[in-house]
Design a protein around this ligand. Structure first.
Ligand SMILES: [Zn+2]
Length: 88
């Protein structure tokens, strides 16, 4: 267990230089973590056309999703890639 967190910390440290948490607005609404209420996220992307998504009927998307990972509790929220704004 502790070994896992040590590795996680090392990975976070290694990525720190290229990783900046930001606040996001989707559909003109500030994104807030529903779990812990934090408002800064690390942005990532994921393809929606995986076989898993096809299985649940989302293969129409065949597109990119934005994933916002909470910087406090690490909960991930998914948004279909449309325009989104980042604020300071
Ligand atoms: Zn959170």
């Amino acid at each position: 267990m502790s070994e896992f967190f040590d590795r996680l910390k090392r990975a976070a440290k290694a990525a720190a230089s290229e990783w900046k948490p930001s606040r996001y607005k989707i559909a003109n609404i500030q994104v807030v973590c529903p779990h812990c209420g934090n408002d800064t996220f690390a942005e990532g992307t994921a393809l929606l056309n995986s076989s898993g998504m096809s299985f649940i009927g989302l293969d129409w998307a065949n597109a990119l999703a934005i994933t916002l990972s909470c910087t406090k509790c690490s909960r991930i929220q998914w948004f279909h890639s449309t325009e989104h704004e980042t604020g300071a």
